[in-house]
Design a protein around this ligand. Sequence first.
Ligand code: PLP
Length: 478
Amino acid sequence: MTDSLISSAYSQALEVIASVEPRIAEATRQELADQRSSLKLIASENYASPAVLMTMGTWFSDKYAEGTVGHRFYAGCQNVDTVETLAAEHARELFGAPYAYVQPHSGIDANLVAFWSILANRVESPYLQKMQAKNVNELTEADWETLRHEFGNQRLLGMSLDAGGHLTHGFRPNISGKMFHQQQYGTDPETGLLDYDAVAAKAREFKPLVLVAGYSAYPRRVNFAKMREIADEVGAVLMVDMAHFAGLVAGKVFTGEEDPVPYAHLTTTTTHKSLRGPRGGMVLAQEEFAADVDRGCPMVLGGPLSHVMAAKAVAFAEARQPSFQTYAQKVADNAKSLAEGFLTRGANLVTGGTDNHIVLLDVSSFGLTGRQAESALLDAGVVTNRNSVPADPNGAWYTSGVRLGTPALTTRGFGHEEFDTVAELIVDVLSNTEAGTTKAGGPSKASYVLGDGVADRVTKQSADMLDKHPLYPGLVLS
Ligand code: PLP
């Protein structure tokens, strides 16, 4: 697609929007300007292609299509069937998965579909037998009571939030921590690394129905063959949430025992992080779970977002190109450059480095909380998010860490040199920031004082790099 086509398409779309609600058109323009002029280091974000973005803005948004391909609860779904079939086909090919369910609206939805599929598939209950016979209406009140009891008494073992797991991996305040009896595994207190023997010991003792692997803030690779061995030993279902690193799997950076798809009974993901697609979710399943996953609607979901499924198909088609493998490798290489940039400047990293797309910076050596560091960095145009470190003394709100990721800036074309400079700029900001005080004069975990001139200095240096690697080059809004 030529630059002028993309430029005129977006310019005209914004005019159409402005004719109804100019403030939304203005906010949309401003968001592009802000994204263009800041260093986006949020590990879960990326920049989808214009083709992916444009696919989301169509009349597929107007169509209801509850059900599955060829088996819908609404008339007129022939084109949605085409879209869903193509998205699922691309997903199966991309990940080498026996089955792909592309309807989940987000990562959390995908995980809920997976949880309920596991319950439906593995828990002996009248529900299971009657659903298989398609006569769920025959369930009596007593059956439902048994069902609630049986489904509500299952166990889940997942990675704890402060070790890098996600809310949906059994965190108490999340539904996953309430619908299951849960226990959490952490990382080795010395190394910060996953300790498979400790996970196995916990699994043997707890005997979970579901073992969840995957993470949001763990800067290392996971051996999924080992996780499957643990699951098999205790009779658990292995569910891998690859939301963060799906792009590294699709791009063949994670292969063999680091590729979860052949080992997990169910693999869930988002499609908008390192995979660089539209905002959404997906479940990949081994054949034995396919029929259960297909019941995502009505189990958990309502009408699928057909426009987003269409954009997933486009993004997966992009990810099947050889250029995506080059991109994914660069994401991992750049994370190493960023980590080395910090280590050579004396900063502390959780696990001492990275071998995926995440760098978890422990900011306590700068005398700051994660919240203070995040805010000071934002003042200098560096967009990050604060994150707990293992056994974080500052808890999940203030934290002691800042999570950084390379997928977005790699999409802009940043390489080794630029990521080394990014580390230099971040260290510059943090070493020139002091923790503030509360109104009462005590130490504050939120307020901070950024040294004079630091924000300007850093913004100027980032602007040089950002100008050299423009976001959506050629896209000029009139
Ligand atoms: N799973 C993991 C590992 C994640 O990191 C996230 C998002 O941060 C999710 C699930 C949830 O994804 P979403 O925000 O699309 O619901």
